[in-house]
Design a protein around this ligand. Structure first.
Ligand code: ATR
Length: 277
């Protein structure tokens, strides 16, 4: 397989490690290369990339939207979101996908299938690109009620308005989210708050959280964020950022290769890697 990642910068990516493990697991030869692309030369570099016989590649910041002008097709999520993180190179051209949200939802579903029985109430904290992807995937997987809370509440309103959803969704302030925390079955933190080196920051107080609620944080450094530690103290069920990171990569790999990789053991190995063991 001839795989890779385009972005700027791409130096600290964990994707080469994940995809090399996946290729090994599936008995496929190949490599996963990092392409650090200068924003000034993006169009020329994309024309060059088309000559490189790639099977597929990932797209990261700042090119998730810009890549679309160079694609020949888009899947439903990528079209709804206007953002692409995975490209499959086919005979018909380059096709764009977005596996960020669906990777998140798959890893959540594997761990807590009861959330998807149709009655769960979710709270999404944040309204950036990550929140949009997760919102889109949650509603596609059958969550009927998702409130969105953001420091700038207008952005939460915009997110809800822009994505097609016939369930129930309200934009709420962070103060409201804090007060009403007890009514949710699922709370998802999608911002960078709590990320190393600002490990002590917390987006909302967790006092009103009820036991058994699933709390998920997409931040994976540190692995157990302050939000997850506070949730743990209150008897919540936890879902970690590195689980999403791994699952969106596995999903991209299955789009490129048509294989269904085993991810339980890989998750354990990934945890060891992140802990530096
Ligand atoms: P991404 O595309 O990676 O999700 P983004 O579009 O920059 O990134 O979005 C960052 C998110 O983190 C936003 O929801 C942002 O809130 P605002 O829309 O109000 O800016 C949120 N965010 C960042 N720093 C924050 C902080 N200190 N407190 C609360 N929310 C924060």
């Amino acid at each position: 397989m001839n795989l890779g990642l385009i972005g700027h910068p791409v130096g600290h990516s964990l994707s080469p490690w994940i995809h090399n493990q996946l290729m090994q697991q599936q008995g496929l030869n190949g490599e996963y290369k990092l392409y650090d692309i200068d924003p000034e030369q993006f169009d020329e570099r994309m024309a060059w990339l088309k000559t490189q016989n790639l099977d597929g590649f990932n797209v990261t910041v700042p090119y998730k939207e810009k890549i679309i002008a160079h694609l020949d097709g888009l899947d439903t999520s990528a079209r709804h979101l206007g953002a692409v993180n995975t490209v499959k190179c086919t005979e018909e051209g380059w096709i764009g996908y977005n596996t960020d949200g669906i990777g998140f939802v798959y890893s959540l579903k594997q761990r807590y299938p009861d959330l998807f029985n149709g009655s769960a109430k979710a709270l999404l904290l944040g309204s950036g690109g990550a929140a949009r992807g997760i919102f889109e995937a949650l509603i596609r997987e059958g969550i009927q009620e998702v409130n969105v809370s953001n420091r700038t509440v207008e952005r939460a309103e915009k997110l809800i308005k822009e994505l097609p959803f016939d369930g129930k969704a309200d934009a709420v302030t962070l103060a409201d989210a804090e007060q009403t925390l007890g009514m949710y079955d699922l709370v998802i933190q999608t911002t960078t708050v709590g990320m190393s080196p600002e490990e002590d920051s917390l987006i909302i107080a967790m006092e009103r959280l009820t036991k058994g609620t699933v709390v998920s944080d997409i931040v994976y450094r540190p692995m157990k964020t302050k939000l997850l530690a506070e949730a743990d103290k209150r008897g919540a069920r936890l879902h970690f950022g590195h689980e999403m990171l791994l699952q969106q990569a596995v999903y991209a790999f299955s789009i490129w290769t048509g294989t269904s990789p085993e991810s339980k053991l890989l998750l354990q190995e990934f945890e060891q890697k992140l802990k530096g063991v």
